[in-house]
Design a protein around this ligand. Structure first.
Ligand code: HEC
Ligand code: HEC
Length: 327
């Protein structure tokens, strides 16, 4: 949790600059122990950081049913597509691994920390320490890791051994395989780029004819069909309407991060198969979905792609570009 401390000066600038100022810039102030305590909530594998208090499996049952079961199921089986918390033993090396707290998680401390920090999903950090002990105990019980008499507190919780712990180990490989280069280094212009995310990967300094990167089209709509996208579009020459031509600029800025790659279930622009039934819904539906956002079977399309500074017309133009490029 030490890393979070870095954010404290920023918080202070916003919150306290009128009250106190320090240092050469005259902003910020020394974080008080109370402020640091608010950030310093991590629990380590050996139990360091676990607070006072305790909670039993029996107490956890009612709390779990009230606060967790609506998403994670009464027995941790997961309602609908919400995460499964229990079961999955022995599935990790099968074709259908089921990662749960019991089958996968290395340390009980992570469970306490995660529930305390992040759950319930709609009200993170609303649980007291006692409630977190009780609910954590109950989730361990659902996974047959503790029995129904178990009472979790600093001592007992730190002693819990998780079934999958031994399959985790410290990865001490270096971040980069190569020695850092200080002289006679390779010229970036000679790098072969095999894949880029259009508009995200900085490619300006790469070699002119290095595949995708060099095909990066820059603001020229008619270039789209000769560009990296032509691969996606099966080399069909596409003539865009005026609306779609304008829309391409919006698309590059606000939509391509998902729709060029197909990340998280977004239909790839230019992929006819992905678009045919979508286009059948009619432009009004597509525009409505793009403007207001929706959750479909493949994923979540955020309203306006998450860019609320776009006007409805911007989005409609971008949809026109996507549809015309994907027929
Ligand atoms: C509104 C639905 C909802 C409720 C209620 C809820 N959770 Fe979750 N829970 C989620 C979602 C969504 C995730 C996945 C979050 C993510 O991956 O960022 C999650 C993840 C988890 C995980 C990690 C699962 C894994 O293996 O990665 C645990 C443990 C967990 N929740 C426990 C709880 C507990 C305990 C409660 C009650 C105090 C609770 N949750 C209440 C939706 C919910
Ligand atoms: C964060 C990723 C993301 C961004 C950014 C994004 N989309 Fe999407 N979009 C999706 C996903 C995921 C779907 C598929 C949802 C489904 O059908 O399950 C989708 C679907 C769509 C659809 C098909 C709707 C339908 O009814 O089939 C349109 C149209 C669309 N997006 C337009 C846009 C436009 C326009 C932008 C930019 C303004 C944009 N998207 C930005 C993720 C994104």
């Amino acid at each position: 949790m030490f890393r979070s401390l870095k954010s404290i000066p920023l918080v202070l600038v916003i919150t306290f600059s009128a009250v106190a100022s320090a240092g050469p810039l005259g902003i910020g102030s020394t974080a008080t122990p109370e402020m640091i305590a608010g950030w310093d909530i991590d629990i380590r594998p050996d139990g360091t950081g676990l607070p006072d208090g305790e909670g039993s499996v029996a107490q956890g049952e009612g709390l779990y049913e009230a606060k967790c079961a609506s998403c994670h199921g009464l027995f941790g089986e997961g309602e609908g597509r919400w995460p499964v918390l229990a079961g999955g033993d022995g599935t990790l090396d099968t074709l259908h691994p089921e990662k749960t707290v019991g089958s996968y998680w290395p340390y009980a401390s992570t469970l306490w920390d995660y529930i305390h920090r992040a759950m319930p999903y709609t009200a993170p950090q609303s649980l007291t320490d006692e409630e977190t002990y009780a609910i954590s105990a109950y989730v361990l019980y659902l996974n047959d890791i503790v029995d129904d008499e178990f009472v979790a507190n600093r001592e007992t919780f730190a002693r819990v051994k998780m079934p999958n712990e031994e399959n985790f180990y410290v990865d001490n490989r270096p971040d980069a395989k190569n020695e850092r280069c200080f002289k006679n280094c390779a010229d970036p212009k000679t790098f072969e780029i095999v894949t880029t995310i259009n508009g995200l990967t900085p490619t300006g300094h790469f070699k002119e004819d290095s595949g995708v990167a060099a095909n990066h089209y820059e603001g020229n709509p008619s270039a789209a069909s000769e560009s990296g996208m032509s691969k996606v579009m099966n080399n069909t020459k596409i003539v865009l309407s005026d609306k779609a031509t304008v829309g391409k600029g919006v698309y590059d800025k606000a939509c391509q991060a998902c729709h060029n790659s197909g990340i998280a279930g977004a239909p790839k622009t230019g992929d006819k198969t992905a678009w045919v039934s979508r286009i059948d819904q009619g432009m009004d539906t597509l525009n409505g979905h793009a403007i207001n956002g929706y959750q479909g079977a493949d994923g979540v399309m955020p309203a306006k792609g998450g860019n609320m500074s776009l006007s409805n017309d911007d989005v409609i133009n971008a949809v026109a570009f996507m549809v015309e490029s994907s027929r």
